[in-house]
Write a protein that binds this ligand. Structure first.
Ligand code: NAD
Length: 416
């Protein structure tokens, strides 16, 4: 299954490479990660025993700048998974035009089974092990599944201790107090808002009069819903989380739903000013814009025919399967692909890195303005490529991204 992930990634790449008639040599270069590091390292456990863990850091491309991508802790992490994720990061950074290549890392571990002390020792030792290939001008990690701002703080401190001075640019997603950026928590949701608005304008729909449904009310979904509600003026008529979905055809007050969720163990279940519906019902509501922002494979061949939304903005990674996408495109649904739609997070990570390198920190409105411009320009560029090649938005986004990386690779040439 892990092997399929990288193979699937290559399939998407090859489809776009075919559409754009990419040179065979460049195809070969870009189909391989440039560097793959596997580390096996010991950690002292609380009971005095020693465990050996395996971790990875993969750097797919440096053609446009240092590698960038998160580190995940999960019991199913494999080298192939990390390779696929690093590969996707290259295209995500390229499609929004930020000067990075793709990287990703992971440790095969279930962190819920570790104490805080074990987690800290594992994090510090893993970061020391991969230090031979990372650096603020080489590869800049960030949080991913099961890693967070505290772990980034340990990473930053470990690297800084080894270097003998504080190195703010070594990781992003840090706490504000040690070089994090304002606007980072909301960044992915804010980016989703920008592309949703652009997509509506593109197909001739007024985004301020549109209706929206949001699947998943975590970091991405709740910020996207709030910002669309507050700034675009669109009506969010349904949201869902793991506990179920809520629906109000008059529009939900998102601030009120967030307040309720915060006082209800993080769940929207039981919210009184809406009707309870099922998660499946939410996906098939008659809305203008559907934002799947929960997990992968939410829309499959099983339910794609029931989807009525005119626009889908993929807040989550991989929420629509390739077979479901064929069905949706056949119904003239306009789909904004994940690596464009959710690139707001890595974009503000880039801002955090720039601020850290300069030791000069921006105001929140500067972060928001710069993010808005980047997301808007990226959407417009992909839409132009879509028209040029008469293709779908996902393939167009790949073509746009591959073109940038291929051009940089060609300009730099093959060393020696
Ligand atoms: P999160 O854990 O904060 O939120 C996930 C939400 O989905 C929760 O509300 C959860 O209850 C809900 N959920 C889970 N299963 C569900 C189901 N079957 N039906 C409806 N809701 C369900 O995660 P997140 O950070 O918001 O990430 C969501 C997705 O976005 C993931 O695919 C992630 O990889 C992707 N993503 C996140 C970021 C980021 O900056 N957070 C950036 C890029 C991509």
């Amino acid at each position: 299954m892990a092997i399929n992930l990288f193979e699937n990634a290559l399939k998407q790449f090859n489809k776009a490479a075919g559409v754009m008639n990419l040179d065979t040599g460049l195809r070969k270069i870009l189909s391989h990660p440039q560097r793959e590091l596997t580390v096996n390292f010991p950690v002292r456990m609380d009971d005095g025993s020693t465990e050996v863990f395996t971790g990875y850091r993969v750097q797919h491309s440096f053609a446009r700048g240092p590698a960038k991508g998160g580190i995940r802790y999960h019991q199913n992490v494999t080298l192939d998974e990390v390779k696929a994720l690093a590969f996707w990061m290259t295209w995500k950074c390229a499609v929004v035009g930020i000067p990075y290549g793709g990287g990703k890392g992971g440790v095969t571990v279930d962190p819920s089974k570790l104490s805080m002390g074990e987690l800290e020792r594992l994090s510090r030792r893993f970061f020391s092990e991969i230090q031979i290939i990372i650096g603020e001008d080489k590869d800049i990690p960030a949080p991913d599944v099961n890693t967070n701002a505290q772990i980034m703080a340990w990473f930053m401190d470990t690297y800084s201790m080894n270097m003998g001075h504080s190195v703010l640019g070594i990781v992003t997603g840090k706490p504000l107090e040690i070089g994090g950026s304002l606007g980072r928590p909301e960044a992915t949701g804010r980016g989703v808002r920008v592309v949703a608005e652009e997509a509506a304008n593109y197909i001739g729909m007024d985004p301020s009069k549109a209706t929206y449904a949001v699947q998943g009310f975590g970091n991405v979904g709740s910020y996207a819903a709030k910002i669309i509600n507050d700034e675009v003026g669109g009506k969010i008529i349904a949201v869902s989380d793991v506990s179920g979905a809520i629906y109000n055809p008059e529009g939900l007050c998102i601030d009120d739903v967030i307040k309720y969720k915060d006082g209800n163990k993080g769940l929207i279940e039981g919210y009184p000013k809406a009707e309870k519906i099922s998660n499946e019902d939410l996906l098939s509501l008659d809305v203008d814009i559907l934002i799947p922002a929960a997990l992968e494979n939410a829309i499959t061949v099983e339910n794609a025919n029931d989807v009525k939304a005119k626009i889908i903005v993929e807040g989550a990674n991989g929420p629509v399967t390739p077979e479901a996408e064929e069905i949706l495109l056949g119904k003239s649904c306009f789909l904004v692909p994940d690596f464009l739609a959710n690139a707001g997070g890595v974009t503000v990570s880039y801002f955090e890195w720039v601020q850290g390198l300069q030791h000069y920190f921006w105001r929140l409105e500067d972060v928001r303005t710069a993010l808005h411009r980047i997301m808007k320009d990226a959407f417009s560029s992909v839409a132009k490529t879509k028209s040029k090649y008469e293709t779908d938005m996902r393939t167009a986004a790949y073509v746009d991204a591959i073109e940038k990386v291929a051009t940089a690779t060609k300009l730099r040439g093959i060393y020696p």
